[in-house]
Design a protein around this ligand. Structure first.
Ligand code: COA
Length: 376
């Protein structure tokens, strides 16, 4: 009620700080990282180049810088024994985002950031080790297998798929993982990034900033939407069934996860890119049904509500076609968005003042305490 007067509920449209990392809904196709359009990056870079761009000062690496960076990340994939023990004690029915949050936080006890001069090392370490963490827990808790997390795969996406399936992934799968991780890497002052910045503004450590961001991303209105979209589309037996059910949901004013956006108004520039790869994968794995269902949902939502797919909707079928269990969809988002969070933490630290907004008071008028025995 009162915050509508202050410019809209949920702080919509409020400028809450400056960033040199990203624009959303402004130039190019609608999303840029450090001046590069997302379509250009998704087409012409691998994820490690984008991770370098975002976390190491805003320039793309040259070949030798990329080689050195990728090699360093490969050496940082191992899990300390104490962390393996913690992961082995988390039950199979735990929420995978809770596993990541706990894993990140626990690592902060083992490898504490004692000085901000160490921040780049801790960021590299988290980027390399988060996929190991989630896969180790998943394979141990679901299949009783203690996997080797130090694979020789060149990329983070291939490393992740390799740990899950036990085999080196197909070239197409590795390419799609690059695209997906690039698309999710950074998104300005979204809820989880803002959480990381608020935490950083108190001069807290990097593991606290990232653990808080993971907790924020966990919610279905933010990162959890790709899993919710999968749960929806896999219920349908074909496009006509999907149309009928989606119309019913809209009639009951239910939300369809993977549609709409807080900033974009007509389309999410990431959708057109991931949708193309979802189609390619559907041909590759010879599964046309899920893609056709997804397309029909997209048509119905636009026709009925002028609501468009955000990045999450076609990610659901994309990940499914690569054999990734649905419960690991949001953790992949973490593996990627870590770069954006970390870069914002660095940016906040570089020009810091504690973030402390004010509230408009909407409570009772001033009053005095009535002695307890006289209260009704
Ligand atoms: N399904 C059905 N209706 C939706 C919808 C969806 N996915 N997204 C928005 N709407 C409706 C809202 O309920 C609202 O209706 P109302 O005016 O009758 O209340 C209207 O469309 C306008 O909503 P808007 O102001 O654009 O949304 P928001 O900024 O408050 O919220 C999201 C943005 C992303 C949280 C919202 O679109 C949503 O919940 N989407 C589903 C979750 C999701 O995919 N999240 C990932 C985001 S990347």
């Amino acid at each position: 009620m009162t915050d509508k007067k202050l410019g809209g509920a949920g702080l919509r449209g409020q400028i809450a700080g400056q960033t040199a990392l990203c624009t959303v809904g402004k130039t190019g196709s609608g999303l840029t990282y450090c001046g590069y359009d997302i379509a250009d990056l998704a087409e012409n870079t691998v994820f490690e180049e984008v991770a370098y761009l975002i976390t190491k000062g805003g320039e793309l690496p040259n070949q030798s810088q990329l080689d050195e960076y990728s090699s360093k990340l490969k050496t940082l994939r191992g899990l300390p024994d104490a962390l393996k023990t913690v992961l082995e004690n988390i039950p199979a029915d735990a929420h995978p985002m809770d596993v990541m949050r706990t894993g990140c936080s626990f690592l902060g006890n083992l490898e504490t950031e004692k000085d901000f001069f160490e921040q780049d090392h801790h960021i590299d370490r988290l980027l390399a080790v988060l996929p190991s963490m989630i896969c180790y827990w998943y394979k141990y808790s679901h299949e009783s297998v203690k996997i080797e997390t130090e694979t020789d795969d060149d990329s983070i996406g291939a490393h992740f798929l390799h740990m899950l399936s036990g085999e080196k992934p197909a070239e197409l799968f590795e390419k799609v993982m690059h695209v997906s991780l690039v698309l999710y890497a950074e998104h300005e002052f979204n809820a989880s990034t803002f959480t990381a910045r608020v935490c950083a503004s108190t001069l807290s450590d990097i593991h606290s900033c990232i653990s808080g961001a993971i907790g924020t991303l966990r919610g279905p209105l933010h990162g959890g939407a790709n899993e919710a979209a999968m749960a929806l589309i896999e219920k349908f037996n074909g496009p006509d069934h999907a149309e009928e059910e989606v119309l019913g949901m809209l009639g009951r004013k239910e939300k369809i996860m993977g549609f709409g956006h807080a900033v974009y108004r007509e389309s999410d520039p990431r959708n057109v890119i991931i949708k193309k790869w979802s189609k390619q994968l559907s041909d590759f794995v010879e599964d046309q049904k899920l893609y056709a269902i997804s397309e029909r949902c997209e048509e119905v939502m636009w026709r009925e509500k002028k609501l468009f797919c955000n990045a999450d909707f076609f990610h659901a079928s994309t990940y499914h076609f690569m054999g990734i269990p649905t419960k690991l969809f949001t953790p992949i988002f973490v593996m990627s968005r870590l770069t954006g969070w970390a870069a914002h933490v660095k940016e906040q630290r570089g020009n810091n003042r504690i973030i402390r907004p004010s509230a408009e008071y909407a409570g009772p008028d001033a009053r005095t305490v009535v002695p307890i025995q006289e209260r009704s």
